[in-house]
Design a protein around this ligand. Structure first.
Ligand SMILES: Cc1cc2nc3c(=O)[nH]c(=O)nc-3n(C[C@H](O)[C@H](O)[C@H](O)COP(=O)(O)OP(=O)(O)OC[C@H]3O[C@@H](n4cnc5c(N)ncnc54)[C@H](O)[C@@H]3O)c2cc1C
Length: 380
């Protein structure tokens, strides 16, 4: 079936972005895996080519294009390129709504032009050592002291945490409930703000993940994002978009894994012929192919629904859990088709498999996603 969500403009954008990745990312993928982070020059090049913050208005260096199909095209191409940095999903899919919707004009002038130039790599810091799924339990505090907030606490597992120039941090400013939290932007270099070293992960090694430590960290009240006390509510508004971004990349990664497995099954000879001619292998390939087609169709509809503001939080949660479960199933079965070669680091399927595992955990674990869907189905 032909996919009908993308226009000729999206496809032209896809070609340009693919060429960019082939030139600027693919040759460096191994180097970034070893370094634990993508090179800063890549971010600068991406910004120079217009791939960062294109949703912002032209006065801030953007293109004023608010169409999540472009974000989806990028997620698909990143997956197909076999490079696993989270630069675009983190900056464009996750952070942009915070900087666009929670900022006032002076804040936009301070941060958006730097963001679109690639001079302001950002991170979103919600999770703490003692609070992941249960975000209302965060203990990083910010107390008011004149014109400043004084932040104390620790965030963990923060994507881009080791290299970010600006962290958007959820802090406790009141009682232990959703209304007692506030978002505040903290710039690298602020005394009392420490970025940890990249954590040693089993996958997604080209993307740094780190702890952020705040010790008597003073930031001007002008760095508060959105309404004080409403941080949790803002996160809830933005999470469906983050979850859809994960779902899009999950289906794309599954599709990429299947393409590699198909290629291998056609070329690998066993019992006198190609693996792909064995009936049970064909059945496996048929199942994976069909599952991906069905899921892709649904995720395409979710992308359109996000564009029109109709994607429900429960629908995004369902899309995230179902697409990432599918990704894991497909990628694992594709690795199996490679036999022992699939377990070797030099085979791309090995990295795809390692990189896939986290998808069922971050952005809200799949158990929490099912809880959200269940509440909607049951009617709370
Ligand atoms: C590589 C990586 C990148 C990340 N990037 C970021 C980032 O950029 N910013 C950020 O803020 N965070 C980030 N995270 C954190 C991530 O979002 C959390 O790890 C995730 O939300 C789960 O929280 P937790 O690890 O504290 O697990 P817990 O909340 O302790 O959960 C442990 C287990 O209990 C289950 N569980 C919890 N609650 C329920 C429930 N109500 N019902 C059923 N089961 C439940 C979970 O599903 C899980 O299986 C990242 C994590 C990783 C590993």
């Amino acid at each position: 079936m032909r996919r009908d969500v993308y226009t000729a403009d999206h496809e032209a954008f896809r070609s340009a972005f693919r060429a960019f990745l082939d030139r600027e990312a693919v040759p460096h993928a191994d180097e970034w895996e070893a370094a634990g982070t993508v090179d800063r020059a890549f971010v600068t090049a991406a910004a120079g080519a217009g791939f960062l913050g294109f949703e912002f208005e032209a006065e801030y260096g953007g293109l004023g294009i608010a169409d999540f199909r472009y974000n989806a095209v990028m997620a698909e191409e990143v997956a197909a390129s076999g490079t696993a940095g989270d630069t675009f999903s983190m900056q464009n899919d996750i952070i942009v709504p915070y900087l666009r919707d929670l900022t006032d004009e002076p804040q936009r002038k301070r941060w958006l032009p730097r963001f679109t130039r690639g001079d302001l790599v950002t991170a979103l810091a919600l999770t703490e050592p003692g609070a992941g799924s249960d975000l209302a339990a965060i203990r990083t505090t910010a107390r008011r002291d004149g014109d400043h907030l004084v932040i104390d606490g620790t965030k963990t597992f923060i994507t881009g945490g080791a290299t970010c120039d600006l962290a958007i941090v959820l802090v406790r400013t009141g009682e232990r409930d959703g209304r007692g939290t506030t978002f505040v932007a903290v710039e690298h270099g602020t005394p009392g703000f420490g970025r940890g070293r990249p954590m040693h992960k089993i996958g997604r090694r080209a993307q740094d993940t780190a702890e952020l430590v705040f010790t008597g960290c003073r930031v001007p009240v002008g760095n508060i994002l959105g309404e004080p006390g409403r941080g949790f509510g803002s996160a809830i508004v933005n999470l469906p978009r983050e979850r859809l971004s994960i779902a899009v990349s999950a289906v794309a990664s599954a599709g990429h894994a299947l393409n590699l497995a198909l290629e291998h099954a056609r070329a690998r000879v066993a019992f006198g012929g190609p693996l792909a001619q064995l009936q049970s292998v064909r059945m496996t390939l048929a199942e994976l192919h069909t599952d991906i087609q069905v899921m892709r169709h649904y995720i395409d509809r979710c992308v359109l629904a996000l564009n029109t503001g109709e994607l429900g939080a429960d629908e995004a949660a369902g899309a995230k859990y179902k697409a990432t479960e599918l990704q894991w199933d497909v990628v694992d079965r594709c690795l199996q088709l490679f036999g022992g070669y699939g377990y070797m680091e030099e085979y791309p399927i090995a990295r795809i498999w390692r990189d896939a595992r986290i998808q069922r955990i971050y952005g809200g674990s799949n158990e929490v996603m099912k809880d959200l869907v269940g509440r909607a189905v049951v009617g709370r």
